[in-house]
Design a protein around this ligand. Structure first.
Ligand code: GLA
Length: 695
């Protein structure tokens, strides 16, 4: 058991890290250590016992409390804020006892209670030893007979080793331009990244990394993410006493939760880790965790898919889709996905959402005819849905205008001419479960792309069961309930999470979805950078990437294929316009992809030269046994003459011999890594090099 306990101190150990908390002399639960694992439990530092410095700087203020509630003389960012039924807005948490359990993963639970009020707070720690990750979450239990109002309930506060000289990395973006990495100096005060959009958002990613002077391959990095698909918040705080802390949890903005007597509130998980060897190592731990622990279909290779969206938009029918399917099958595609436009009255984005049955004019015999054709071509069939949404012009909305999120006194603001169904409501959940159950049980569907194409407005809920501001959480709980029920009913279906591209990519949704559609931007040179950002926390097999016609007059088809082959390959161009040469090249790339995809989807990823920093970039995937690797190199645009950089491979066995496609003679792994190689490319050229161990 990697958890050492004693009456007043607890140490959690993973393969390479140690994490320690304990009670100080004042009885406060105090953070002690989070860094490299130490040889003995007694090696971990004792909790600090600060003295009073002045009436303005009382000890609470420089004690690194593990999970501080808002009370007494605390002015830093608290983890928990409560209002009790008598109006008291002050929470004095006292340690009570602890428990441990071993299955399925080792867990430690530290139980705290308010000094006076019957509120129990349990801090949970789940240990993923192999991945050097700890998952933390909190449960709040109302043991009294009056309600308690929760106004903030973070999942964790992570305290860094003492110091105020850290860098904070995070990702920002927008629709069509997700996952831009930013690394900045943390200075005293509070830095916040968050979503207030009801969903995860394109705009900020629930991921962080803290380092001192780390690079891709070296240096200490503390990193983490939040397993939640709704409003979230991550704050990085540097106090006046040089203590650096990261808080992770549900966004408290416009949030409140009425916890009735005998009820429990459970927060989502905040998952974090520590590495000594750079950002790349941090990403690889997360990749392995996602692939081995999180995904519904672990170790299942993803098929090469075709998606009809950019080819036919809303203009789908049995004939046009069957025609595309034939061309797709000829190129080696394994899964044919029909996108938007197939359901009742859906000819544009102004109508139809909510009425999830095939449009009679486009599919007079239902979806069965098309699916039969697709299956006869040897491909699986997949379908697009957007179940959380409704167009005002739909039968569903005409029947249930009160099902959408709204304030009765306000206009309902439309975006893409649609409104959001309130998935907090059980009748809405049941409706979605029932319509999708019908589609999935009546048709041979192996894949669903689940979309969400707008963010919230007028977040009202007239008949809310508790405080109307519970919407933010109940919506996501409802979504998980709906998706979870469907997953149980149809366990073989592969689900993809899409929200106008990468608006819902997080560890929460990956309990249900195996893949993410990471951006509506499919222009290959832009995509290089979006894909790299995504790889900070999610592995290549979860990253669906299509080759489309964006930029086709500028960016060669081969380059576009190579970019998409860095993830789970798909094609989304208008195949009707691809000539014979295009189709042959596509077939060749798809054949090659099928050969190398186990390395890409299941191997270790090394970001060698970043496309976010350079027009010449390289990324490497190495098989887990280090016997094979695939190198992708891209040159976007550099003025000539130019001196292309050396590429230093990573992750090979230094003493084994390897051959690299197109380079003479085997060389040791050490040589390919230290001496490197040069790949000559012209502007808008790319290359894939296969690497094989020969001895
Ligand atoms: C969103 C998705 C696209 C496509 C359209 C269909 O924008 O991200 O891939 O499915 O919706 O309306």
């Amino acid at each position: 058991m990697p958890i050492h306990t004693s009456p007043k101190s607890w140490v959690i150990e993973t393969k390479n890290t140690g994490y320690a908390v304990g009670l100080n002399e004042a009885g406060l639960l105090t953070h002690r250590y989070w860094r490299a694992r130490l040889p003995f439990a007694a090696d971990y530092p004792a909790p600090v016992n600060p003295l009073e410095r002045s009436s303005f700087d009382m000890p609470q203020h420089y004690t690194p409390e593990e999970y501080p509630g808002y009370s007494a003389l605390r002015y830093f960012d608290p983890a928990l804020k409560i209002t009790f039924a008598d109006g008291t807005r002050d929470l004095v948490l006292r340690y009570v006892d602890f428990s441990t359990s071993a299955s399925p993963y080792p867990e430690l639970a530290l139980h705290l209670k308010d000094e006076v009020y019957p509120l129990r707070v349990t801090l949970h720690y789940r240990v993923h030893e192999e991945y050097d990750l700890i998952a933390r979450w909190v449960t709040l239990e109302n043991l009294g007979d009056e309600p308690v109002l929760i106004e903030r309930a973070f999942s964790a506060k992570w305290t860094l080793p003492h110091g105020d000289d850290y860098f904070f990395s995070h990702m920002f973006g927008r629709h069509n331009n997700e996952y831009n990495m930013k690394r900045e100096v943390l200075t005293p005060g509070l830095k916040t990244i968050e979503s207030r959009r009801l969903t995860t958002s394109h705009h900020h990613t629930p991921w962080f990394a803290i380092d001192r002077n780390a690079t891709e391959d070296s240096g200490e990095v503390w990193f983490g993410t939040f397993a939640w698909s709704g409003n979230w918040k991550i704050t990085a705080e540097v106090t006046e006493f040089a203590s650096t802390r990261i808080s992770v949890g549900l966004n408290d903005w416009d949030f409140a939760w009425k916890l009735n007597p005998a009820e429990t509130f459970v927060t989502p998980e905040s998952i974090s880790g520590y590495v000594k060897d750079g950002f790349g190592a941090a990403s690889r731990l997360m990749h392995d965790y996602v692939r081995n622990i999180l995904l519904p279909h672990k170790n299942q290779l993803h098929k090469v898919l075709y998606n009809s969206w950019e080819a036919t938009l809303f203009d789908v029918d049995e004939i046009s889709q069957s025609k595309l399917a034939e061309v797709a099958a000829g190129m080696g595609i394994e899964l044919f996905v029909m996108d938007d436009g197939w359901f009742h009255n859906r000819n544009l984005d102004n109508a139809g959402l909510g009425d999830w049955f095939p449009d009679k004019a486009k599919f007079p015999n239902g979806l069965g005819g098309l699916i039969k054709n697709v299956n006869a071509l040897g491909m699986d069939f997949g379908l697009w849905v957007e179940p959380e949404m409704v167009n005002p012009d739909s039968d569903l909305y005409r029947a249930h205008p009160d099902w959408v999120i709204h304030f009765p006194s306000r206009a309902r603001t439309e975006a893409r001419r649609q409104l959001i169904l309130n998935l907090g409501r059980t009748d809405v959940q049941e409706y979605i479960i029932s319509v999708l159950t019908t589609i999935l049980s009546e048709n041979n569907i192996q894949f669903i792309k689940w979309d969400m194409n707008r963010n919230v407005s007028e977040p009202g809920w007239r008949d809310a069961p508790g405080d109307a501001r519970e919407l933010w959480v109940r919506y996501v709980q409802g979504l998980y309930h709906v998706w979870g029920t469907l997953r149980e009913r149809f366990p073989n279906v592969i689900w993809q999470s899409c929200s106008g591209g990468g608006g819902r990519a997080d560890f929460g949704i990956l309990h249900f979805a195996d893949q993410i559609w990471i951006s509506d931007n499919t222009e290959a040179t832009a995509r290089l950078s979006i894909q790299e950002g995504f790889s900070q926390f999610l592995p290549a097999n979860t990253m669906e990437a299509w080759v489309t016609d964006w930029g086709r007059n500028v960016v060669p088809l081969e380059f576009r294929f190579h970019v998409s082959m860095c993830g789970s390959l798909g094609v989304g161009g208008n195949l009707n316009e691809w000539d014979q040469a295009d189709r042959e090249l596509a077939a060749h790339c798809i054949r090659l992809y099928k050969e190398i995809r186990p390395i890409i989807q299941f191997g270790d990823q090394y970001r060698l030269i970043s496309p976010q920093k350079s027009m010449f970039s390289a990324v490497l995937y190495v098989s887990k046994d280090q016997s094979e690797a695939v190198l992708f190199v891209f040159r976007v645009y550099l003025s000539d003459p130019t001196n292309l950089p050396m590429i230093h491979l990573r992750g090979l066995n230094p003493t084994a011999l390897y051959e690299v496609d197109g380079y003479s003679g085997p060389r040791s792994g050490a040589s390919w890594m230290e001496a490197g190689l040069r790949v000559e490319l012209k502007n808008l050229q790319s290359k894939i090099l296969k690497i094989k161990q020969v001895e």
